[in-house]
Ligand binder design. Structure first.
Ligand SMILES: Cc1cc2nc3c(=O)[nH]c(=O)nc-3n(C[C@H](O)[C@H](O)[C@H](O)COP(=O)(O)OP(=O)(O)OC[C@H]3O[C@@H](n4cnc5c(N)ncnc54)[C@H](O)[C@@H]3O)c2cc1C
Length: 410
C-alpha cells in the first residue's frame, strides 16, 4: 500500500498497537480507535513465546520487554491426589534454544503503547466502533455505537478482539463456539516458597480441576514481582462459588494445593479475581474488501497452548510484509496476508481445540489418556522436542516465514 494512504486500526490491544507500529513503518497515515476512555491492558499475565519475542525484537522493543518479564524454562503440572506428572514441557528441549517470558499484561501494553506515543501515532479514545461500511469511492468508513460516522479510510484493520462486531455475520460475535470451561484469574504478589521462579506450575484433579501459578515479572521496572494465579471453572458455576463464600472456595483450592496458601492470602475478596470465558473461532479468510482481521478477531482459542497474544503479534508482522510487497494493489496484499498466516493459524487452532479437553473438561477418560501419554510416551525422543516446539509456537517455522530474526535469549 502506497505511503500516505490512511489506515484505521480498530482496538488498542497487543494486535492493534503492534499493527499500528508496523503500518507507520510503511509510511502510512495510521490512526488507532479504541473504546476505552484511557487505553489500558485487559487481563492478567501471559507467556510471550519465542515467536512473539521475535516480533517485539523486530519492533525494537525486546530489551524493554525482557527487562520486565520472568524467563520461563518449564511448564509443569501434577495431579493433586496421585502426584503423577501430567504436564512437563521444557524449553531446553528446543533444538535451537529459546525460553518463554512470563509477562504482566500491563508491561506488554505499556511497552507497545509508549512506542506508539513515541512514534506520534494518534490514539482516539471513547470510540465504540460497531460497523464498517463502504463509501461510493470504495473507501471505508466506521460507524460508532451512537450511530455517528468517522472519516473515510483506505484500509480498516480490525483488532477488536474475539467479540469484534466488525466480523462478517458468519463469524460475528457469539458465532464462535463457547467453551464449557473458563477460569478466574488474579494478578497477585509473587511468593517464591515452594514455587519455581522459572516455571508455570499447575495442579490438576483429572481435567475438571486446574490451578496455576505463572511468574509474570513486573508491571514497571521498579514495581514488585507478580504472579498470575488461576482456577479453572465453568463460568455458569461462578455465581454458586461466590454464594458459597470466599473461605469455602479457598478450602477447596487448598484441598488440592496446600502450598497455594500465600497466594490465597492475597485474595481478600472475589473482586480481586476476574472471570474469563473462553471461545473458539477461526476465520476461514481473515480479510475482506478493504478490511483485514488481526489477532483474536481473526482467531481465538482457550489459552491452553498460550499462543493468542503471540499469534496477534505474528499477524501484525504478516500484514506489514504483505502491504510492503504489494504497495499498489491492496487486494493482492490482503490475500497475501491471509496466505502468510493460514498454515500456522490453522494448525494451532486445531491443536488448541484438540488439547483443551484433556486439561479442561468433565471427561474421565481423556485425563487418563493424558496421564499415560505424559508419563510414558512424552519422555521418549522426539516427543520432548515436539512438545517444546508446539508450546513455543514454532511449528511450521513462522519466524523464518515472516522474515524475522531469532530473538536473543531471555
Ligand atoms: C485468561 C487468559 C489467559 C491468556 N493467556 C495467554 C498466554 O499465556 N499467552 C498468549 O499468547 N495469549 C494468552 N491469552 C490470549 C491473549 O490474551 C489474546 O490472544 C490477546 O490479548 C489478543 O489480542 P488482541 O489485540 O487481538 O485482542 P484484545 O487483547 O482483546 O484487544 C482488543 C482491544 O479492542 C478494544 N475494543 C473491543 N471492542 C471494541 C469496540 N467495539 N470499539 C473500540 N474498541 C474496542 C478493547 O478495549 C481492546 O483494547 C489469554 C487470554 C485469556 C483470556
Amino acid at each position: 500500500m502506497a505511503a500516505g494512504k490512511s489506515i484505521a486500526v480498530c482496538g488498542a490491544g497487543p494486535a492493534g498497537l503492534a499493527t499500528a507500529l508496523y503500518m507507520r513503518r510503511l509510511g502510512l497515515d495510521v490512526t488507532i480507535l479504541e473504546r476505552f476512555d484511557e487505553p489500558r491492558p485487559v487481563g492478567s499475565g501471559l507467556i510471550l513465546q519465542p515467536t512473539g519475542q521475535a516480533v517485539l525484537h523486530d519492533l525494537g522493543l525486546f530489551d524493554a520487554i525482557r527487562a520486565l518479564g520472568a524467563p520461563i524454562d518449564r511448564l509443569h503440572g501434577s495431579d493433586s491426589r496421585s502426584g503423577r506428572v501430567v504436564l512437563d514441557v521444557r524449553y531446553d528441549s528446543l533444538p535451537k534454544g529459546g525460553r518463554g517470558l512470563g509477562i504482566h499484561r500491563a508491561a506488554l501494553f505499556g511497552v507497545l503503547h509508549d512506542e506508539v506515543l513515541r512514534a506520534g501515532i494518534p490514539i482516539r479514545t471513547s470510540q465504540d466502533i460497531r460497523q464498517v461500511r463502504q463509501a461510493a469511492d470504495g473507501k471505508r468508513y466506521l460507524v460508532r455505537a451512537d450511530g455517528t460516522e468517522c472519516e473515510q479510510f483506505d484500509l480498516v484493520v480490525d483488532c477488536l478482539g474475539a467479540s469484534s462486531p466488525l466480523k462478517p455475520l458468519s463469524h460475528g460475535p457469539g458465532k464462535g463456539k463457547s467453551l464449557p470451561f473458563g477460569a478466574i484469574w488474579g494478578t497477585l504478589p509473587w511468593h517464591g516458597d515452594g514455587f519455581d521462579e522459572a516455571a508455570l506450575t499447575q495442579r490438576y484433579r483429572r481435567a475438571s480441576v486446574m490451578i496455576g501459578v505463572l511468574p509474570i515479572g513486573r508491571a514497571a521496572p521498579d514495581g514488585p514481582k507478580r504472579a498470575a494465579f488461576f482456577w479453572s471453572l465453568k463460568p455458569d458455576d461462578y455465581v454458586a462459588v461466590q454464594r458459597d463464600g470466599l473461605e469455602s472456595w479457598k478450602q477447596t483450592v487448598l484441598g488440592h494445593w496446600p502450598e497455594a496458601q500465600p497466594y490465597l492470602d492475597a485474595v481478600d475478596d472475589f473482586s480481586v479475581l476476574t472471570l474469563a470465558r473462553y471461545a473458539h473461532h477461526t476465520m476461514s479468510k481473515p480479510v475482506g474488501d478493504g478490511i483485514a482481521y488481526v489477532g483474536d478477531s481473526a482467531h481465538s482459542a482457550s489459552p491452553q497452548l498460550g499462543q493468542g497474544a503471540n499469534m496477534a503479534l505474528l499477524d501484525a508482522r504478516a500484514l506489514y510484509l504483505a502491504l510492503r510487497d504489494h504497495p499498489e494493489d491492496s487486494t493482492k496484499a490482503l490475500n497475501h496476508y491471509a496466505r502468510l498466516r493460514r498454515g500456522h493459524v490453522r494448525l494451532y487452532q486445531a491443536l488448541s481445540a484438540a488439547f483443551t479437553p484433556f486439561y479442561q473438561s468433565d471427561s474421565r477418560a481423556l485425563p487418563l489418556i493424558r496421564d499415560v501419554f505424559v508419563s510414558v510416551l512424552a519422555r521418549i525422543p522426539p516427543a520432548p522436542q515436539i512438545l517444546a516446539a508446539l508450546v513455543s509456537g514454532s511449528l511450521l517455522s513462522p519466524v523464518r516465514r515472516l522474515e524475522l530474526e531469532k530473538p536473543p535469549r531471555v
